[in-house]
Design a protein around this ligand. Sequence first.
Ligand SMILES: [Zn+2]
Length: 343
Amino acid sequence: MIFPVARRAIFSTVALFLGLGASLLAQQPFQFPTANHALYEIGNELKFFAPTAPDKPWTTGSFGCVRTDSRQMHEGLDIRCLQRDKHGEPVDPVMAAADGTVVYFSTKPSLSNYGNYIVVRHVIEGLEIYSLYAHLSEARPGLKMGQQVKAGEVIATMGRSSNTGETITKDRAHVHFELNVFVNEGFPGWYKKYFPSQRNDHGIWNGQNLDGLDPREILIAEHNPTAKFSLLNFLRGQTELCRVFVRATNFPYLKHYPMLVLSNPTAQREGVAGYEVALNYNGVAFALMPRAASEIRGQGRFQLLSVNEAEEKANPCRHLLIQRNDRWQLTDTGIRELELLTY
Ligand SMILES: [Zn+2]
């Protein structure tokens, strides 16, 4: 009688495993935006990423401080083209990475280094996340702003559009793909204040108002069959570049991302006088601790409280901090970022 019991046990273990696999699969929030899924082929990264030049490493097409000897940020993934027409032009269908709403598309490539680009809003675990697809040749005919799209639904065709002097060559054809948090609907006012001589052609959908997370890390974490992926935990678990006190109590980010606001009984009791904000190296605010007046020293509107020097050394390319006479300070760029956060 031992045999049937053992067989049942094996069967139920297999069923459990399959069930678990299916449910993990169903929970993956993001899909690839094209048919190129070679990200997971270790050692074959050049099948997935389009580097900046044939002699440059694949990492120049990935997210982070990967450009100009690590001094320049690239805020998305450059995903290589798979399909071309008879002239060698890219024709890969570009698909929504998750269910969402088309919030913006720009069809005047001369107005952005993104060229033609589309922004889709997603709500995942209550978090607003915005995917962005750039250098498109065209949006899907008939696509409208405000339209709901499903994950995997074709929204555009890959292209080589951009307004930079250096054009994207045919062999480098790619979609530039971002996953972002949204910073502030007051962006147009902030932009006018800091860049008075420059036009803002894209309203709140300017790339500077979208702070990128690393889509490669997200897609790889989602792919791990042994750990359930949570976007919220991913965001909360960012490595801290620095912590800053901001003397502001009412700014839109708090309402957009209430799940990133921590609890502090003292501030709850005495009233909130400002927030201690943890920023990652790309300037993404991922933890906001309310502070009471009695907990704050100093008078400044923005006060740098601590710096993770190892992280600053590893990822300095947003130039948010500078060391002067052995003291860390916020740069003008860092202050501008905080102005935008709290505008
Ligand atoms: Zn790019």
